[in-house]
Design a protein around this ligand. Structure first.
Ligand code: ATP
Length: 298
């Protein structure tokens, strides 16, 4: 469990994170979303104790990261895939990490396998693509077999196969009951990956919701095509709907598709199309951040 409580982080006069509160629960993949500069990386660094908050705190299983006795066994993190020594091989890097954290060396082979890096394990990291570095960073995060995992923009630089790999891995980790938090500025990419999303803009929380509920909340209207649109519009309005006629179609707000169908049947008006329209997650996200223009811009 990751608990962010009233967290405020300043860079000089900029408040990068502003009284932010949320909880990341075990057993779910939680997406951490926000436009560039929203404060995601700053929050993640603060969770790892790399920033001193101006107010509030971030706890992992009830303790600040810096107070964890065996941090790599409790929380694994990938913040910046480029931040590894290019002259080393992946195996040497992981071996050094394992040795310095009292982790059995067999874990090195296990995480190399998990990350699909076995064949490249003895190559210098400098020769790795960004996607391979992401895999190595994830392998390092998994090394201590931690209950909580946090990845900053792990989908960046991955090809289609890499994205599928990471989706499966995150799902497996969550199904094992672990706490999984990953950030992204790309809503639609996360839609297929996350169960729950926390959305921030300008360092403030703007949504903390299951992914499905977010899409449902941005339910738009029902598109209706009918044999007698004018007559149907009258019927629907009489039942409380707001109807906006368009070329050959009606946009209906305020009535469920099922009700519209039943009313049309009763009025003996043949329907040709009845389509509920929801915003894509990307549109929902833009709408959310548009509600907070001053924050999103800052
Ligand atoms: N070292 C720093 N010094 C000063 N300001 C910073 C520093 N790092 C980040 N900021 C500012 O803090 C705010 C939050 O940045 P942060 O990197 O946490 O956002 P983010 O959501 O991770 O965005 P991105 O996806 O672009 O990394 C931004 O306004 C950014 O310009």
């Amino acid at each position: 469990m990751i608990d962010v409580q009233d967290l405020t982080i300043r860079y000089g006069r900029t408040r990068a994170v502003d009284h932010l509160t949320f909880t990341v629960k075990p057993g779910l993949v939680t997406g951490f979303l926000g436009p560039n500069g929203a404060g995601k990386s700053t929050t993640m660094r603060a969770i790892l104790g790399l920033h001193t908050p101006a107010a509030g705190q971030a706890l992992i299983d009830g303790r600040p990261y810096t107070a964890l006795r065996r941090p790599l066994h409790t929380m694994g993190a990938l913040l910046d895939a480029a931040a590894v020594h290019g002259g080393r091989t992946a195996r040497a890097h992981l071996t050094w990490l394992a040795r310095s954290n009292h982790i059995p060396l067999r874990r090195v082979e296990e995480v190399l396998d998990e990350a699909g890096l076995h064949q490249a394990a003895d190559r210098r990291i400098a020769t790795y693509s960004l996607g391979m570095r992401q895999r190595l960073g994830i392998a390092a995060a998994l090394l201590g077999d931690p209950q909580a995992l946090m990845f900053d923009e792990p989908l960046n630089g991955l090809d289609v196969e890499g994205i599928r790999w990471i989706r499966d891995l995150l799902r497996r980790l969550a199904d094992q009951g672990r706490t999984v938090l990953l950030s992204s500025h790309l809503m639609n990419e996360l839609a297929l990956t996350a169960d729950h999303v926390i959305v921030i803009a300008g360092g403030r929380l703007i949504a903390d919701t299951p992914v499905d509920a977010l899409a449902a909340r941005f339910h738009r209207d029902v598109l209706v095509r009918a044999a007698h649109p004018d007559r149907l519009a009258e019927v629907l309005r009489a039942h409380g709907a707001t109807v906006t006629p368009g070329p050959g179609e009606l946009s209906v707000h305020g009535l469920a598709p099922q009700t519209i169908g039943e009313l049309a049947l009763t009025a003996q008006i043949p329907l040709r199309e009845l389509t509920p329209r929801t915003a894509t997650l990307e549109e929902a996200f833009l709408e959310l951040t548009d509600d907070h223009p001053q924050e999103a811009r800052r």
